[in-house]
Design a protein around this ligand. Structure first.
Ligand code: ATP
Length: 389
């Protein structure tokens, strides 16, 4: 087990800055995901940790030891590549056994020990019946599993996994997420996992670094990223459907008074009896904003904001449910996902998505009311995208 630390890592390819001053501190035994869209620098970051690329700037530490000049094979890391990288002239058995045989003396293993480890790993990954075959006789998904097994048999200090499940079919992929997580937890091996699939990262990782254009935008637990995204990129990259972002403007008007019910207290509306001159004017609706909350928006200098709310924090109903934070709209599209419906509702000029659980009948064209859970409303600076509240 090991801690992995990157300090101000920069990697350029000509004019492209693939990795732009990246700092990471991956804890001992942690399952850490690098998440971001294609081309954001995830793979390059992973290859730099493995020693397959040299950074132009910055330091790499494994267990507090500077490893910039340490050869990949001496870093005690195992990497699973997106493109398998299996030895074509070896059987599946020999491919999986390779790292064990290479360190047989060091590990104190007999050939029988190796056979047992290879067979049990292959069984676990559902490839036991292919052990005698060559990689070219396997499907892409099966080859990927062999690559995974090859990295799993050895117990390296760090596992570096680059989209290891991307070639598996959807069902197996979901099953493998659970399996991978179980193995990692059991062995407690520090794992750095590259993916562009937010569900994969959210379901497996202890912490996630969200990357875009070579930079790390936010590092946090799945919950932190989901409920407190640091900016609009993270807010919309994480979650499906993504967070609703509604453009609004903070304005000062004649003060109004209202009483906030307990279930909406503590957010943008404030708590108890409130008197405020501030309103967020949004397309098709307006929301009062308690003075200290409005103060934060004004402090940031951002009058133009995005109101952010997750689809599940909006309750849709056919009858008006209350007075505060209730919008009116018309259903445009309904997607039935089985366990829930995703309804897209037009509110003013904006489209808002909400989840509808249960058997509520919603059809396109229906006029509906949307109650926002005011405690869950986030506010982002429209210009910089940064979270304000
Ligand atoms: P993907 O999910 O598509 O693999 P990624 O987030 O892993 O993407 P990288 O592969 O790290 O992204 O690439 C980051 C940027 O660096 C991209 O713009 C890519 O085109 C560029 N890049 C990566 N490797 C090289 C290379 N060897 N030569 C030139 N440019 C490269």
């Amino acid at each position: 087990m090991a801690r992995v630390k990157l300090v101000n890592i920069v990697k350029r390819y000509g004019r492209i800055i693939a990795v732009d001053h990246v700092n990471l501190d991956v804890r001992d035994g942690e399952f850490f995901a690098l998440l971001g869209p294609s081309g954001c620098g995830k793979t390059t970051t992973l290859r730099i940790i493995a020693g397959l690329e040299a950074p132009d700037e910055g330091e790499i530490y494994i267990d507090d030891k500077l490893v910039n000049d340490v050869h990949p094979k001496d870093r005690d890391v195992a990497m699973v590549f997106q493109n398998y990288a299996l030895y074509p002239h070896m059987t599946v058995f020999d491919n999986i056994a390779f790292p064990l045989r290479a360190r047989r003396k060091q590990l104190g293993l007999t050939e029988e020990d190796i056979r047992k480890i290879v067979v049990s790993t292959a069984e676990f990954l559902g490839i036991a019946e292919h052990l005698h075959k060559y990689p070219s006789q396997l499907s892409g998904g099966q080859q990927q599993r062999v690559a995974l097994a090859r990295a799993l048999v050895r117990k390296p200090k760090v596992w570096l996994l680059d989209e290891p499940l991307s070639n598996l079919d959807a069902k197996l992929r979901v099953a493998m997420r659970t399996e991978l997580k179980k193995i990692q937890m059991k062995l407690g091996i520090t794992t750095i996992y590259v993916t562009h699939d937010q569900v994969e990262a959210m379901s497996m990782a202890d912490r996630i670094a969200v990357m875009n254009a070579g930079r790390v935008l936010q590092i946090g637990s799945p919950n932190e990223l989901y409920y407190k995204p640091s900016d609009t990129f993270v807010a919309t990259f994480i979650g499906s459907p993504p967070m609703n972002l509604i453009p609004c403007t903070l304005v000062e008007k004649t003060p109004i008074e209202y009483t906030v019910p307990a279930e909406l207290s503590g957010g943008i509306l404030g708590s108890g009896k409130v008197r405020t001159p501030y309103m967020l004017e949004c397309p098709g609706f307006a929301l009062p904003v308690e003075s200290s909350m409005a103060g934060k928006i004004r402090e940031s200098g951002a009058g133009e904001v995005y109101l952010g709310i997750r689809p599940e924090h909006i309750t849709m109903s056919l009858k008006k449910p209350g007075e505060l934070a209730v919008l009116e709209g018309v259903v445009e599209v309904v997607e039935n996902l089985g366990s829930e419906l995703i309804a897209t509702i037009r509110v003013g000029n904006e489209l808002v998505k909400t989840r509808v659980v249960g058997d509520e009948r919603v059809t396109p064209g229906s006029s509906v009311f949307l109650a926002l859970d005011a405690r869950r409303i986030l506010v982002f600076d429209k210009k910089t995208g940064k979270l304000i509240i």
